[in-house]
Design a protein around this ligand. Structure first.
Ligand SMILES: C[S@@+](CC[C@H](N)C(=O)[O-])C[C@H]1O[C@@H](n2cnc3c(N)ncnc32)[C@H](O)[C@@H]1O
Length: 279
């Protein structure tokens, strides 16, 4: 990608994020944790979605920052009427190609998740995976997501803190680097193309959650935005177990140690009628 363009005056942080993900689109689905590589993992995701949102039964779902459409497809599998939005056209092209290949009718459109242009109260559920950590203005985003939900509708966020690694995770990373450096094991699947790490770091240092998106902080902002019945679910074991079979043993172990979570919340039926419950 043209990293030089990123230094131009008119090239703001949002443009930088958009062009980063546009450049990542070509290899995005090669990473375990992005695309799904086993039926075991697909079923684990289905169980997580059913646990928090139930079966679709034709209800309308909005997948924000849908990327290559992995979550949109999971929702479609469960009977939701899905619209996926993303602001990186190369991601959307892949999402549309997958839907065509699988014979699915999912609408994929270009849009900013902080300003979707979708009508008020038009969705039963809003889902988003791995977007919150990279939001420039989560307050604006959460207000927008509340606006597009129907009263009583549900928001499901799947995300994580990808900044703060605990001692065990840091130790495992050193061991993996050493083992791969000594060529004692084949390097695992590449997460991001080499050469993009610097841009990733520059973006991460400027986003709202530059110190890591901790579930409690995300939940507090959701409550401020007007969401209620907020629950944090950190039981992602089944998903991580399935992913670890494609990541290699140590990287799989490391993933299980990260602060990854789902947060589910409701739009009150009427303003002020439901009490927020953060657990
Ligand atoms: C880590 S990927 C996640 C993709 C997908 N949700 C998944 O879990 O496979 C992040 C995605 O967020 C998109 N994105 C980031 N900020 C966005 C915004 N404000 N509006 C729309 N899309 C955004 C990027 O283009 C990229 O496709």
């Amino acid at each position: 990608m043209d990293a030089g363009a990123a230094t131009g005056h008119n090239f703001g942080l949002r443009e930088e994020i958009k062009s980063y993900w546009s450049a990542r689109a070509a290899t995005f689905d090669q990473s375990p944790g992005h695309e799904i590589f086993s039926e075991e993992e697909r079923q684990a995701w289905h169980r997580l979605i059913i646990r928090h949102l139930g079966q679709g039964e034709g209800r309308r779902a909005l997948d924000l920052a849908c990327g290559t459409g992995v979550v949109s497809h999971l929702m479609d599998d469960l009977g939701y009427d899905v619209t996926g939005l993303d602001w990186a056209e190369p991601m959307l092209e892949r999402a549309r190609a997958k839907a065509k290949a699988r014979g699915r009718t999912i609408a994929f459109r270009i849009a900013d998740a902080e300003n979707t242009m979708e009508p008020d109260g038009s969705y039963d559920v809003v889902v988003t995976r791995h977007l919150v950590w990279t939001l420039v203005d989560p307050k604006q985003a959460f207000a927008e997501w509340l606006r597009v939900l129907k009263p009583g509708g549900t928001l499901l966020i799947v995300d994580g803190d990808f900044v703060n690694a605990g001692i065990a995770e840091r130790f495992l990373k050193v061991v993996v680097r050493w083992i791969e450096g000594m060529r004692l094991a084949k390097p695992g699947p590449m997460h991001a193309p080499e050469g993009m790490a610097e841009l990733h770091g520059r973006i991460l240092s400027q986003v709202h959650f530059s110190d890591g998106a901790r579930a409690e902080q995300v939940a507090a902002l959701m409550e401020d935005a007007g969401f209620a019945n907020i629950t944090v679910d950190t039981n992602m074991k089944a998903i991580h177990r399935a992913q670890s079979k494609h990541l290699g043993y140590l990287k799989g172990l490391s993933r299980g140690l990260q602060h990854r979570y789902a947060i589910v919340a409701r739009k009150p039926l009427q303003a002020g009628t439901m009490t927020a419950q953060r657990r």
